[in-house]
Design a protein around this ligand. Structure first.
Ligand SMILES: O=C(O)C1=C[C@@H](OP(=O)(O)O)[C@@H](O)[C@H](O)C1
Ligand SMILES: C=C(OP(=O)(O)O)C(=O)O
Length: 443
């Protein structure tokens, strides 16, 4: 599947309807929340089906650096909390969950914690979170562009807590990052969002839900205000749901190629934004069925254009944009201006790459308008962004000659993506069985 240019992956074209079952690994967002809470807990935790990918390795590595024992080997990951130590460096890579969830944890360490990241991470917004910590009397020294990595959080072993305002219009992770550590603050914490819009509300609900499940008292009864009582975090034995946002390109493949793709382990209820996929894909022309815990998406190859507010689920926007490229009418995606601060400026990246292949994609102030055109092959740039890579695979499923740059960038949240994708096609054609993929409906 690798082209002569080692950096390029030839996206396979589906020439027959799909018929495959794809097992998707654990949720990045749940995995990294469970890791943080396990590190702050009173006793050990066991995390089952935890995602093992670049983002969770970075989180586990950072927590180990801070004095927590994390045993990543095996199906069940053991976490044993320890006294949080300073005089260390945390590498955030390009992981929003690491750069936004750990500064408040670092404030509880017994010395300075230096935060660094990939070159692409240095432009991701951090300012509102750092200002909130400073307002709580945590010393933060910014060493680069203010409001960005790199910086040092000067832990003193304790944080007063109390009340703080944060503008989370740039990222819901600013709120989640304050809440996750807040029960360990002397007075707990009340966080109030002050910005004009609040993206990714399901991810904030996810934070509240996992905290409550660990025995933390959280009041979220007032809109855009969260109150966390001081108190202990319980060690837990938990099973991590599959990553529904990473299931999205596989499910969308059935719509583009026709046929059916099934994802086992689909939760009956979830705080993952991918929980919105059944509704969204139905609106775009799919037939969606949940039978037990197996979600089946069946398509005909025809994709309906839609007008969609993706504020709650910005993470799946690149996949929906790639699906919309194959539509029968234009698609407008709204409420996703904050995607400019994701792994890359995703609005600019999607517009550039779709246009490069002969398509039409215009940026608006808070989203994209995609007008389907006949596309041609060419290089699909990925900008170190895992979701740009999976979007390129979906575009290439019906456009011959799409060469996806640096498909290995998918290791951020889904190592082995290219094999899983090829396995989905092989299983559909020849009923070959590969790791994580089975032909037909058998799980
Ligand atoms: O808290 C989380 O786990 C996430 C929150 C969202 O961030 P934004 O609110 O910055 O979009 C989402 O896009 C990201 O992939 C994961
Ligand atoms: C925005 C994303 O990631 P991060 O957790 O790095 O913000 C994403 O996975 O789409």
């Amino acid at each position: 599947m690798t082209s002569p240019h080692a950096d390029l992956w030839s996206a396979p074209v589906a020439d027959a309807p799909l018929d495959a079952t794809v097992a998707v690994p654990g949720s990045k967002s749940l995995s990294n929340r469970y890791l943080v809470l396990a590190a702050l807990a009173q006793g050990p935790s066991t995390l089952r089906s935890l995602l093992v990918s670049r983002d969770t390795r970075l989180m586990a590595g950072a927590l180990e650096t801070l004095g927590v024992q994390v045993d990543l080997g095996g199906d069940a990951v053991g976490v044993t909390p320890g006294a949080l130590r300073g005089h260390v460096t945390v590498d955030c890579g390009l992981a929003g969950t690491v750069m936004r969830f750990l500064p408040a944890v670092a404030a509880l360490a017994d010395g300075p914690v230096h935060f660094k990241g990939d070159v692409e991470a240095l432009v991701r917004p951090m300012g509102p979170l750092l200002r909130a910590l400073q307002a709580l009397d945590v010393r933060v020294d910014e060493e680069g562009e203010p409001g960005h990595l790199p910086f040092t959080v000067h832990g003193t072993g304790a944080v007063r807590g109390g009340q703080v305002d944060v503008d989370a219009s740039g990222s819901s992770q600013f709120v989640s990052g304050l809440l996750l550590a807040a029960s360990r603050f002397d007075q707990g914490l009340t966080v109030r969002h002050t910005g004009p819009t609040l993206p990714s509300l399901p991810h904030i609900r996810m934070t509240v839900e996992v905290m409550r499940a660990a025995g933390v008292v959280v009041d979220d009864s007032r809109p855009e205000i969260w109150h966390v009582e001081p108190g202990p975090v319980a060690g837990r034995d938990v099973h991590v749901e599959p990553d529904l946002s990473n299931a999205a390109p596989f499910l969308c493949a059935a719509m583009v190629a026709g046929g059916s793709v099934r994802v086992p382990g689909w939760p009956a209820t979830t705080t993952q934004p991918g929980g919105l996929l059944p509704d969204i894909l139905t609106r775009m022309g799919a037939t969606v069925a949940l039978d037990g815990d197996v979600l089946t998406v069946t398509g005909t190859g025809e994709v309906r254009g839609v007008d969609l507010d993706l504020r709650a689920a910005g993470e799946i926007a690149p996949t929906i944009a790639a699906l919309a490229v194959h539509g029968d009418s234009p698609t407008r995606l709204r409420g996703i201006g904050h995607l400019r601060g994701h792994e890359t400026d995703r609005l600019a990246a999607l517009a550039a790459e779709i246009t490069r292949l002969g398509g039409q994609c215009e940026q608006t102030s808070d989203g994209l308008v995609i007008t389907p055109r006949t596309l041609h092959g060419g290089v699909w740039g990925t900008y170190a962004d895992h979701r740009m890579a999976t979007a390129g695979a979906l575009v290439g499923l019906r456009v011959p000659g799409v060469e996806v740059e640096d498909v290995a960038t998918t290791a951020k949240t889904l190592p082995g993506f290219a094999d899983l994708w090829a396995g989905m096609l092989a299983a559909s054609e020849g009923h070959v069985v590969r790791d994580g993929v089975t032909a037909g409906p058998t799980v």
